[in-house]
Design a protein around this ligand. Structure first.
Ligand code: GDP
Ligand code: ZN
Length: 372
């Protein structure tokens, strides 16, 4: 067994650019004693994943961590304990360290049908283009999704070079801030470089993802953050175990000024979700007013003594915010109902399948006895 101190030092040296810290070191302790090595999953495909480890990039099999819950499937950003080189080929992911955060598609995180798109994300950067009219409803949805994931949201107003008037830009920032309490709003331009360094500094600790509509400027911004020729950095040459070399794409990259960026095809398509917890946080000021409503279960529609309606009345709460809040809650209720319906029909199918299987087994058992 090698020296525990030097092992920890080499883990730190290699993995720190990928987000390794004392917390991960502590979580990994028991697995280090089992002779496993830690690494961060930088890509997942069909039962295998690429894991950056102190031994280099390991192509590992995920067969041992195939859970029934799709939320627990290995995904980009996970920290994994994998076999050491002397375990031979293929090497397996033995376990995942408990996730700190999860960016998921269409889930209330406890439901079984969610799909995790990125794990252990600290900053969710929401890209909103200034090339089109600002859609605050969309900002709110993405902010809710970000809060739900456990990551800290940041809103970047992209293509700021297209807004000539500084006063107009300040207004757009202020409007966005009203729609995203507790969230930093930063105008950026990949074209002029405006705001890019500030953003890079903000993301210098921890792991980030870029969320937002297609065309919002995420890829361009990712390239500006990663710097140099991204394709060169993204392509890694791997031995596939048969001695052949293949080129694969990393979905998690260290940033030159610190921090790491996760960029997966799935993240680009995030659209629908149910994020009840996230909605509460995204509309924190409304929930704060609601605490003063006379009725505990006030729906803020027509109830007497409603503090939310009073806030709209006296101008301290923009009516648009209350509309968005109601709309998001309704959507979440709809999504939850749809999920329940799907779960029920899945259970029905499973039950029918078992019944058929049971009949089949009984018939098989009976079969020989029937023979004369
Ligand atoms: P994505 O779909 O979110 O990845 O968006 P892209 O990065 O592909 O950008 C969409 C379009 O916006 C492209 O035509 C880019 O050239 C353009 N674009 C991106 N960033 C900027 C910017 O800072 N300023 C301007 N004017 N255009 C930009
Ligand atoms: Zn109320």
């Amino acid at each position: 067994m090698s020296n525990a101190f030097s092992d920890a030092a080499s883990r730190h040296a290699v993995l720190a650019p990928y987000g390794w810290d004392d917390g991960w070191e502590a979580a990994f302790g028991p697995y280090a004693r089992q002779g496993l090595i830690p690494g961060r999953v930088v890509r997942v495909d069909r039962g295998r994943c690429d894991v950056v480890t102190p031994d280099g990039t390991v192509r590992a099999d995920t067969e041992f961590v195939v859970p029934r819950d799709p939320m627990k499937v290995v995904c980009t950003g996970d920290w994994a304990a994998v076999d050491a080189a002397d375990a031979g080929e293929p090497r397996y992911v033995r376990t995942l360290l408990p996730r700190r955060t999860e960016v998921a598609r269409s889930t209330s995180s406890k439901r079984s049908d969610g799909q995790v798109l990125a794990a252990n994300v600290d900053h969710a950067v929401i890209a909103v283009s200034l090339a089109a009219e600002l859609d605050l409803g969309r900002v709110e949805r993405f902010v809710a999704l970000a809060w739900e994931s456990g990551a800290q949201p940041v809103v970047v107003l992209t293509k700021a070079d297209l807004v000539d008037d500084p006063g107009a830009l300040a207004h757009l920032v202020a409007d966005t801030e009203t729609s995203a309490p507790g969230v930093q709003v930063l105008p950026v331009s990949a074209t002029t470089g405006q705001g890019v360094e500030v953003l890079a500094a903000l993301l210098a600790a921890g792991t980030s993802v870029l969320l937002g509509q297609s065309g919002a400027g995420k890829s361009t911004l990712a390239n500006a953050l990663v710097g140099e020729d991204v394709q060169d950095v993204r392509e890694i040459r791997d031995s596939d175990g048969k001695g052949r070399h293949t080129t694969t794409t990393r979905n998690l990259l260290p940033l030159p000024s610190g921090g790491a960026l996760i960029d997966t095809p799935g993240l680009r398509g995030v659209g629908l979700w149910d994020a009840e917890g996230g909605v509460s946080q995204a509309f924190a000021e409304i929930e704060a007013y609601a605490a003063d409503c006379r009725f505990h279960d006030c729906a803020h529609e027509t109830e007497p003594g409603c503090a939310v309606l009073a806030a709209v009345e006296d101008g301290s709460l923009p009516p648009r915010r209350l509309d968005s809040y109601r709309k998001l809650l309704r959507e979440n209720a709809y999504l939850a109902a749809r999920t329940d319906a799907r779960l029920r029909s899945e259970m029905r199918r499973e039950w029918k399948h078992r019944q058929a299987l049971g009949r089949h087994m009984v018939e098989r058992k009976r079969g020989p006895q029937r023979k004369p």
